[in-house]
Structure formats: structure tokens, C-alpha cells
Design a protein around this ligand. Structure first.
Ligand SMILES: Cc1cc2nc3c(=O)[nH]c(=O)nc-3n(C[C@H](O)[C@H](O)[C@H](O)COP(=O)(O)O)c2cc1C
Length: 411
């Protein structure tokens, strides 16, 4: 058995050494908190769970203890934990507290400072950030009391996530549904990363393959999945950057990024030019079409043996001269042959600070894989060959290189 964080090609832990207190209240949606506990553990966090008395009617402590390897806290006078010795110890150790789900009852108590449960004691005593995800019947949520209590907690800088619209336990459709655990995980990473080394930087990242229409039903595209760009966005958020992700991909988008969905090369170009106006860094991980159909048919082209679609090499990929000059620019070059030579040509033509050259015919590397093997070449001619690694690790290597490039530029 090995610590999976040691393997280069595995996804790195993003919450390593973080103490997270997960408070679970008595909502029908409490079962989803087990999934959040599992996600936090998989990111390397140390998770302590507090279950309210009502939560214990919905979910059992055994689930959380098996997932977290920590004793769940069930009551203020619980002999299983040290709450009855030091009732605020968890509050002081916590890097972040997550209340998931938060009931109308606990929200009300927290707003008023009532302190009669392990959850309210811990939250009242902490100076750590608090994320709260309410879940309840729509009318309970809309009530004057709940709205007022939420307003008070928002003023106290609680990060309130949701509730979402959707199907509720009552069978009705409305607002009150607990936000997804992946959203809470993303927000947790963003809050814990906000003082990172990219604090104050605005990074525009492109991802995915563009689609050039042929007719109303067909298009030409490429194999880019968007994974590389999405992992760079995640890593940049983890390090405190403000991120704009311009993407064609259907992958889950990272919580905490501004997302701009595009499809054609032209729409991507427009979005990049606009988003980079006040940005410091541009990372072009998208695969933008080099070719586009000469003509777009307004009607579906009929099946015909003689049908020909003429592609032209359009300058859709040639807008780098329209981007702010003082911005740090990183391009990707996906090549199947003469990797370094072609990458160097692109580096120069795009006036990039460095280029990430990607051999797409290499095993487990390039489009759609979670791993990638690249060579980074900068404008001074320095070359770094990196081994096959998880794209999130590579994303952090690229960000490290940006830091060095910016420092060198300041000298
Ligand atoms: C079946 C059932 C489902 C409930 N679901 C919710 C809910 O989704 N949200 C909520 O605020 N209260 C819900 N309640 C009410 C709370 O469990 C109740 O207000 C309780 O006092 C909350 O205690 P706690 O905040 O300490 O967990 C539900 C109650 C029952 C019996």
C-alpha cells in the first residue's frame, strides 16, 4: 500500500493538512453530508463531524466514523469525544466549518447566539470561515424569520450557499434543495486558497475544442476535452486567483470561477479579448480550430455522393495581437511530430512568455486523459521536460513557471 498522493500520476490532495468541521443538521437531505465527508477526505482533509440530535434520526454516526476515521460528536456531554472537557477545541482547531445541511432551527439559533448544542457552541466560538448550506421546505425558507436570520449570518460573513431550485422532499418543485456536495467542495477550496500566491491576479483560461458549423446540424471540431484548462482553473482558484474560464467543454466547471461558455472560434476570440482587458495572465489551453468551412449552409446539406465541404485556413486562431501587450501569455502547442520545433515557431508567432508543448501521440498524454506529458519552452529558450503527471499537478507546475516568469520580468 502506498500513500496515493506520492504517485506522480495520481490527483494531488488539495486539502492536505486542513482541519474541517462538518456540522450536519436534521434535514431529510442529511444523507448527502456523507458524500461531502467522503469528498473532503479524498482531498486529504482531516474531517470531524458533528451530528445534531435530529440529524442522528436521519443518518448514523457509523457512516461518518468509517469515512473520516474520527469519532463523530453527538452531544455536548458525549463521553466518546472530548467535548465535555473542551467544548470549543474543535472551533479553535478548525480551518473552516461547513454546516451541511443547515436547518431553519440551527440557522435561527446561530443568528441569535443560542448556544445549546455542539454545533452552535462550535460555530459561535470559531474565528474560522463558515460555509452554510440551508435546506428546507420552500415556505420555511421564504419565511420572514428564516430570511431575517440568513441576512444576519450573511452580515457576519457566513458564506451562504443555496438552497437550489428543484424537487423537494414534499414532492413540490421549488427553492429549498440542498446544494450539491461538489459545489461545497469547490467553495471550500476557494475560501481556503484565497490568501494563496496568486491573490490579486486575474487569470483568463481557455479550455476545450471549438466547433465550426458546416450546416445547422453539423460542425467540425477536435478531440480536446477541456480537462487541462479546467484543472488549471481549479489550481489557480486553490492559489487565490480570480479566474475567468472560457470553455466549450461539458465538464463540470470549478466552483468559484467566472464561467463563459462559448462554441465557435469566433465566440472564443470575442470572449478572450473582452475578458483580458483587465487581466494579468492569459493561459490558452483550448484547441481552437485552424480550419473553418468556406461556406456555412443555412439548410441541412443533403446526402449526396458528390458533396464536398471546402475547408479554409482561416485566421480564426490569430488574434493574439489583439490582446493586451502587458499581459503574461501562455500558449499550448498540441503536436504529433517535431514537437519542439513546432512549439518554438508558435511561441514566437504568438509572442508568448512560454509555451507548453504537448505530444498528443504519447501514451496517456494529451486529449481526454487525466495525465499529460509536456515540455515547457520559454521565450529565453529555456526548456523543461516534465514527466507524465496528473493534469492538476501539471497545472500547478505551469502556475509555478508563471510566478518565475513574472519575477524575472520585474528585474
Ligand atoms: C422528516 C423530517 C424532515 C425534516 N426536514 C427538514 C429540513 O429539510 N429542513 C429543516 O430546516 N428542518 C427539517 N425538519 C425539522 C428539523 O428536523 C427540526 O426543526 C429539528 O429541530 C432540527 O434540529 P437541528 O437544527 O438541531 O438539526 C425535518 C423534520 C422531519 C421530521
Amino acid at each position: 500500500m502506498t500513500d496515493i498522493d506520492d504517485k506522480y500520476t495520481s490527483k494531488p490532495f488539495t486539502l492536505k493538512n486542513k482541519n474541517i468541521v462538518l456540522c450536519v443538521c436534521g434535514s431529510i437531505s442529511a444523507y448527502k453530508s456523507a458524500d461531502l465527508a467522503s469528498k473532503l477526505i479524498q482531498e486529504g482533509a482531516n474531517v470531524n463531524v458533528i451530528l445534531s440530535n435530529s440529524a442522528q434520526k436521519f443518518v448514523g454516526k457509523a457512516t461518518f466514523e468509517a469515512i473520516t476515521h474520527n469519532k463523530a460528536i453527538l452531544g455536548l456531554w458525549d463521553n466518546n469525544t472530548n467535548m465535555n472537557i473542551d467544548h470549543v477545541a474543535l472551533a479553535h482547531e478548525a480551518d473552516i466549518i461547513i454546516i451541511y445541511p443547515a436547518t431553519a432551527n440551527t440557522i435561527g439559533k446561530l443568528a441569535m447566539g443560542v448556544c445549546d448544542t455542539p454545533i452552535t457552541n462550535t460555530v459561535l466560538a470559531t474565528t474560522a470561515p463558515v460555509i452554510m448550506a440551508p435546506a428546507m421546505d420552500g415556505d420555511m425558507f421564504d419565511s420572514f424569520q428564516t430570511q431575517n436570520n440568513i441576512k444576519i449570518l450573511r452580515e457576519k460573513k457566513f458564506e451562504i450557499i443555496g438552497p437550489e431550485n428543484g424537487r423537494l422532499a414534499s414532492g413540490l418543485i421549488g427553492k429549498g434543495r440542498l446544494s450539491e456536495s461538489k459545489t461545497i467542495l469547490g467553495i471550500t477550496r476557494k475560501i481556503l486558497g484565497k490568501n494563496g500566491d496568486f491573490q490579486g491576479e486575474k487569470i483568463v483560461i481557455t479550455a476545450g475544442g471549438t466547433r465550426q458549423p458546416i450546416d445547422p446540424v453539423r460542425y467540425i471540431t477536435n478531440k480536446s476535452s477541456g480537462k487541462m484548462g479546467h484543472f488549471i482553473a481549479e489550481a489557480a482558484i486553490d492559489r487565490g486567483a480570480e479566474v475567468v474560464l472560457i470553455t466549450t467543454s461539458n465538464l463540470i466547471t470549478p466552483a468559484g470561477a467566472e464561467i463563459i461558455k462559448v462554441d465557435t472560434a469566433e465566440s472564443m476570440e470575442k470572449a478572450i479579448i473582452s475578458a483580458t482587458r483587465d487581466a494579468n495572465i492569459l493561459i490558452m489551453a483550448a484547441a481552437i480550430s485552424d480550419f473553418t468551412p468556406e461556406k456555412i449552409s443555412n439548410s441541412k446539406i443533403k446526402k449526396n455522393h458528390d458533396t464536398q465541404i471546402n475547408l479554409i485556413l482561416k485566421s480564426v486562431n490569430d488574434f493574439s495581437n489583439k490582446i493586451e501587450n502587458n499581459i503574461t501569455k501562455i500558449f499550448f502547442a498540441a503536436e504529433s511530430e517535431n514537437l519542439e520545433e513546432n512549439a518554438k515557431i508558435k511561441l514566437k508567432s504568438k509572442n508568448a512568455d512560454f509555451i507548453v508543448a504537448n505530444n498528443i501521440v504519447e501514451k496517456n498524454s494529451g486529449f481526454s486523459y487525466d495525465t499529460n506529458k509536456v515540455t515547457i519552452i520559454d521565450k529565453n529558450g529555456d526548456k523543461t521536460k516534465l514527466p507524465l503527471m496528473h493534469k492538476l499537478r501539471l497545472a500547478n507546475k505551469i502556475l509555478d513557471k508563471i510566478k518565475i516568469t513574472k519575477k524575472d520580468g520585474e528585474k
